[in-house]
Design a protein around this ligand. Structure first.
Ligand SMILES: [Zn+2]
Length: 244
């Protein structure tokens, strides 16, 4: 069905250390042409744009291998409903405000494609993990960060309402790929010099649970139930991480 967000695994499962999944890249590709995710052992970042699926590691992007397996992913068939033109340098925080104003609500699931020239861009990448796995907070604290300037490319991602918090990470989540399709990763912050924001309201949501022994045995306390479970949205999207 068009207008559907397909998601594999749940946010709370990743938060509690489920870093391996049984979803193959070819299966994911049948579900959409636009989206993001992460590979098994949290090896880098997935970004899908115009039906091409890329694997980012250490700030570099290449086409994802068909033999890849994903530990989580979210994709849709992108159709833009609304566009916002950006003609002056605009910070990510202000772009979020423009999106909220345009949509007029925080209650919808959105697919968001931001294409243009980024005057400043901070991306991060998570290195491949080995067992026994660390906690997600330890891994993110060790992620590598890259500061880029005046780079043309695409930030793509989703906005999820707070009420979805255990299924899908609430708030905004973007991955980036540059125009040469060689640089990419998880977006921490940016300023857009000029460009176009395209939005799609996603009225349907479907998710698939991992079918593994790890998932069946996984304990999944929420941050409210266990102080050791981090509030990941705060860690992944700090206004400015580590003093900038
Ligand atoms: Zn990410």
């Amino acid at each position: 069905m068009s207008n559907t967000l397909y998601q594999y695994s749940t946010f709370i499962a990743v938060q509690n250390g489920l870093y391996d999944g049984d979803l193959s890249l070819p299966n994911l590709q049948q579900r959409g042409d636009f989206g993001l995710g992460s590979f098994n052992a949290l090896e880098g970042e997935l970004i899908a744009l115009h039906g091409k699926f890329f694997h980012c590691t250490n700030g570099k992007a290449q086409l994802a291998s068909a033999s890849s397996r994903l530990c989580w992913a979210a994709v849709c068939k992108f159709n833009n409903d609304l566009n916002i033109n950006i003609t002056t340098n605009t910070r990510l925080e202000n772009l979020k405000a423009s999106i909220e104003k345009q949509i007029g609500s925080k209650n919808f699931l959105l697919a968001i494609h931001i294409s243009g020239k980024f005057s400043k861009l901070k991306i991060a990448s998570v290195p491949k993990q080995t067992k026994p796995y660390k906690t997600i907070k330890e891994i993110i604290d060790e992620s590598r960060e890259f500061d880029l300037h005046n780079i043309q490319g695409d930030a793509i991602g989703f906005f999820a309402p707070d009420y979805m918090e255990h299924i899908k990470m609430p708030g905004y989540h973007f991955h980036f790929i540059d125009n040469t399709q060689t640089i990419g990763g998880h977006v921490l912050d940016f300023e857009l010099a000029e460009g176009l924001i395209s939005l799609q309201k996603l009225s349907h949501f479907t998710f698939e649970l991992p079918n593994s022994n790890e998932f069946s045995r996984l304990e999944m306390p929420t941050p409210q139930q266990d102080e050791h479970v981090p509030v990941l949205a705060d860690i992944l999207f700090p206004p400015l991480k580590k003093g900038g």
